[in-house]
Design a protein. Sequence first.
Length: 155
Amino acid sequence: MNTQIKIKWLEGADTNIALPKHETAQAAGADVRANFSADLRDTGLTLKAGARALVPTGFAMEIPAGFEVQVRPRSGLALKHGLSLVNTPGTIDADYRGPVGILVINHGTDDFHIAHGERIGQFVVAPVVQGLYSLASDLDETERGTGGFGSTGTA
């Protein structure tokens, strides 16, 4: 199943940077790239160990109603360098039309350099089901009951 996501370049964006793209035919995630302003294109951004930064993509999106775009880390960057996302998965709502940025964090022990045009995250388009929340005086009993973190096995 495919869903059209419209993308609009922002003023000052490098329009030579590839749009989000599925790198293989069966890939769930579309790789998204850093798109720095003109003053950072040559130098990129160095993220110190333990630091986080909002990396610009240079675009805004129009996501159809009933969908979200989930922002996820790239597994290779996570494995090799400890690079992840602060709020993973992040959610871009269908009614948001502002600049899209990727909130990365360096969990590694070494500084990590993000070059202009580097693949820094991935987008997964997902349907949205909204819950209808209501107050209740009782909740149905379950086998698990009130058991929380680690209650179903070893932590």
